[in-house]
Design a protein around this ligand. Structure first.
Ligand code: NAI
Length: 327
């Protein structure tokens, strides 16, 4: 039973692949690179292929098919990088490997706390032995109203996490969930903009909510509002965010995702001149914490996606029911 694994990271995934490959009785070909025309032949003889977020076009899928591949699993929750229509036509089953919501939910709470406690400024000062206090007085969560947009797996976990801090919790989602009412009051978006001191985003990016945080919504928010985004960059209009920070309307932001991050994040680009001006400006503000889309990145997440992506291959090869199949 053979599986070809692409984009296998040496420093955190390889050892786990060896461990779980052995446990599941799979023979693995581990390739550090993303699948491309030059290395598709590595999949020859493997019915299953395991990938990360690289774009799987019709052409690449057809190439895999020619090499005998019948099952493609992505070690991610999202699978919009795979041409599902082409996969279906070619008879390739597609699966994912979701990880739990806790890593991202913890991270969102950390971003909220870092923002309201002015942690970026504090760390910058201690690094240069500036132990003064002026300008770094924080606020306490118990005095604030936190608004959660998107109460799915992660949003609900954020609410549960925050319920111990004594803050008022409000939430907005297109579909309201009974369990969420144990922690938060569902409100309209209008009410969210009006009442929230902190807004944290946990909705997927869709055509309808593209730039939902923009000039108009920011104008309706409370002065000094804190915005945290661990969901998708396109939910926020970066230009409007920058204008809001410059005017002081927005008090702080914590951004694990930004618009146009593709091609930057997960690469070492320190010697390059980049063409993402918004990111450069946002990074420069003392009240904006920017991280490179890594809220998910925990021991638990890495182990889960490696283990479950291979477990799905094993089930597929045995012709058994597969809970990770998406198409
Ligand atoms: P989920 O599918 O469990 O929940 C999403 C929720 O958003 C659902 O309740 C849905 O009804 C709601 N929603 C959809 N459109 C909406 C809208 N226009 N307004 C308000 N609510 C809306 O998703 P999950 O797993 O909780 O993920 C949430 C977000 O976190 C996604 O954007 C995902 O891409 C992102 N994410 C970020 C990671 C990171 O490392 N920064 C890692 C994993 C996920």
């Amino acid at each position: 039973m053979k599986v070809t694994v692409y984009s296998c990271r040496e420093f955190d995934e390889r050892e786990l692949f060896v461990k779980y490959g052995k446990e599941l009785g799979l023979e693995l070909t581990l390739c550090p690179d993303a699948p491309d025309r030059g290395n598709l032949a590595l999949a020859k003889g493997s019915e299953c292929v395991d990938i990360l977020t690289s774009k799987m076009t019709r052409e690449l899928l057809a190439g895999l098919k020619e090499n005998g591949v019948r099952y493609l699993v992505t070690r991610t929750i999202g699978y919009d990088h795979i041409d599902l229509a082409a996969a279906k036509e070619l008879g390739i089953t597609v699966a994912n490997a979701p990880y739990g919501p806790h890593g991202v939910a913890d991270y969102a709470v950390m971003m909220i706390l870092m923002s309201i406690r002015k942690m970026k400024r504090i760390i910058e000062r201690t690094n240069i032995q500036d132990y003064s206090l002026k300008g770094i007085q924080g606020r306490e969560l118990k005095d604030l109203t936190v608004g959660v947009i998107g109460t799915g797996r992660i949003g609900e976990t954020v609410l549960r996490n925050l319920s111990g801090f004594g803050c008022r919790l409000i939430a907005y989602d297109l579909f309201e969930k009974e369990g969420v009412r144990n922690y938060a009051e569902y409100v309209s978006l209008e009410e969210m903009w009006k009442r929230a001191d902190v807004i944290t985003l946990h909705a997927p990016l869709t055509e309808d909510n593209y730039h939902m945080i923009g000039e108009d919504s920011i104008a309706r928010m409370k002065d000094g509002v804190v915005i945290v985004n661990t969901a998708r960059g396109g939910l926020i209009d970066s230009q409007a965010l920058i204008a809001g920070i410059e005017s002081g309307k927005i008090g702080a932001a914590g951004l694990d995702v930004v618009e146009h991050e593709f091609g930057l994040y997960y690469y070492d680009r320190k010697s390059d001149v980049l063409d993402n001006r918004e990111l450069a400006v946002l990074r420069g503000f003392p009240n904006v914490t920017v991280t490179h889309h890594m809220a998910f990145y925990t021991d638990d997440c890495v182990e889960t996606v490696v283990r479950d992506s291979l477990a799905g291959c094993r089930l597929f090869l045995e012709g058994k029911e597969n809970p990770w199949r998406v198409a």
